[in-house]
Design a protein around this ligand. Structure first.
Ligand SMILES: [Zn+2]
Length: 409
């Protein structure tokens, strides 16, 4: 088993020097590019303290000083202030996305930009150990390919197609069949030696679109993932809504059809039984008497197939009706639609908007915009890594104090 950094070390109270370093690192992280005078203003620390801390951080390779003045930043003496920024390759985070039928792993730099990215088709639902082994192999490969040692990786964020409670246990019986009793967080930590945060995949997608994508300016937004599983991440007042047991946003299990098909959750007629790409393909298959898969849908639409267009419109309408309830209840300014089905474009979006306009509280319907996600199939995996990077300044404040990082020039 790998040596695991103590989780408590990251959460332990900071000493005075670490606290100062944290303030400087946080200001650098938030502003991307700044200067010493700006750091003094933002941290409330003295000029001497900031100078000493910055000098230390430059020596360890965490902070880099660029040539040329920071934008619109001039010292009273008239000498331009030197721009400072965090070295994006000072540390990394790894994201993993474990869906029903795929896994994906990214290695992201300090600012969440992927530097390595790989997805694999995988039957996940009934093969938990094989899946976890595959994720660990991809992680090893990412670090090897990029020459990034484990010590420079702040942690692993893993998004999974299942509700996750606050203790990191999987909830929602039947949603990920075959994973009952499995503790993915502990299993991944054992396989990778990396501190692991487990999160629901739609919540990870919501975080990514909020940090890096379509929701960058939205404090009240809903991200909906329309893939083999349907889920949502709800951001209210800038915070992700989790619910008492991590079940908030299980959008695919809202009732859509009275006495419809039996869903894997045990209810009948859930949205997922009518609006997932699998459910849509099944309708065409039954009608045409020949195999149709979810992967065929974009092609059928592009060729103007009337049946495909109709079933996607019906799915859009069902999604829109379910969203209308959410619009009335939580009053989001933005709905971001991601997942495989988002590729259907206006054939899907138009009926979604129409159903919201028709059934949500009119004033709430008027305030919401429905857009496609900007991050495509990378949303979940980038959000999972983004969750780890949220505490990067704190981790770096502790790491950079322990011993100098062996960083490349
Ligand atoms: Zn269900």
């Amino acid at each position: 088993m790998h040596d695991l950094r103590e989780e408590s070390a990251v959460n332990a109270p900071l000493n005075l020097r670490e606290e100062g370093r944290l303030r400087v690192l946080q200001a650098l992280y938030d502003s991307v590019r700044t200067s010493r005078p700006e750091l003094i203003r933002r941290t409330g620390l003295s000029r001497a303290t900031v100078s000493a801390l910055v000098a230390d951080l430059i020596t360890t390779g965490l902070v880099q000083e660029e040539n040329g003045p920071a934008e619109q930043e001039t010292r009273p003496t008239g000498r331009p202030a030197q721009p400072l920024s965090l070295n994006p390759s000072a540390a990394y985070a790894i994201g993993a996305d474990i869906g029903h039928a795929h896994v994906r792993v990214v290695l992201c730099d300090l600012f969440g930009t992927p530097v390595w990215d790989r997805g694999e088709i995988k039957e996940v639902d009934r093969a938990p150990y094989e899946t976890l082994d595959l994720v660990a192999e991809l992680i090893d490969q990412a670090m090897r390919d990029c020459g990034v040692p484990r010590e420079r990786v702040l942690g692993l964020g893993a998004g999974i197609a299942s509700p996750v409670d606050r203790d990191g246990a999987l909830g929602g019986e039947g949603i990920l069949p075959g994973w009952t009793g499995i503790r993915p967080k502990a299993e991944l930590e054992e396989r990778t030696g990396l501190l692991t945060q487990l999160t629901n995949d739609a919540n990870a997608g919501a975080l990514a679109e909020r940090l890096y994508g379509a929701g960058r300016t939205a404090d009240d937004m809903v991200y909906v993932r329309l893939s083999a599983g349907i889920g949502a991440g709800i951001v209210a007042d800038g915070r992700l809504l989790l619910g008492a047991g991590g079940l908030a946003g299980e959008f695919g299990h809202l009732p859509a059809v009275r006495n419809g098909r039996v869903c894997r959750c045990g209810n009948r007629g859930c949205l997922e039984t009518v609006a997932s790409p699998v459910a849509i393909a099944r309708l065409l298959e039954e009608s045409w008497g020949q195999p149709v898969t979810a992967a065929d849908l974009p092609n059928l639409l592009a060729r103007g197939n009337a049946g495909a267009r109709r079933v996607i419109e019906d799915a859009g309408e069902a999604v829109g009706h379910a969203l209308a309830g959410l619009v009335t209840l939580v009053n989001p300014q933005l709905i971001v639609i991601g997942g495989d089905l988002a590729a259907a474009g206006e054939a899907l979006f138009e009926p979604v908007r129409r159903a919201i306009a028709r059934t949500a509280l009119p004033s709430a319907a008027n305030q919401v915009t429905v857009v496609a996600g900007e991050l495509g199939p990378r949303a979940e995996v980038r959000g999972a890594a983004g969750g780890v990077l949220a505490s990067a300044p704190r981790s770096l404040a502790i790491m950079s104090g322990a011993d100098p990082l062996a960083l490349p020039d």
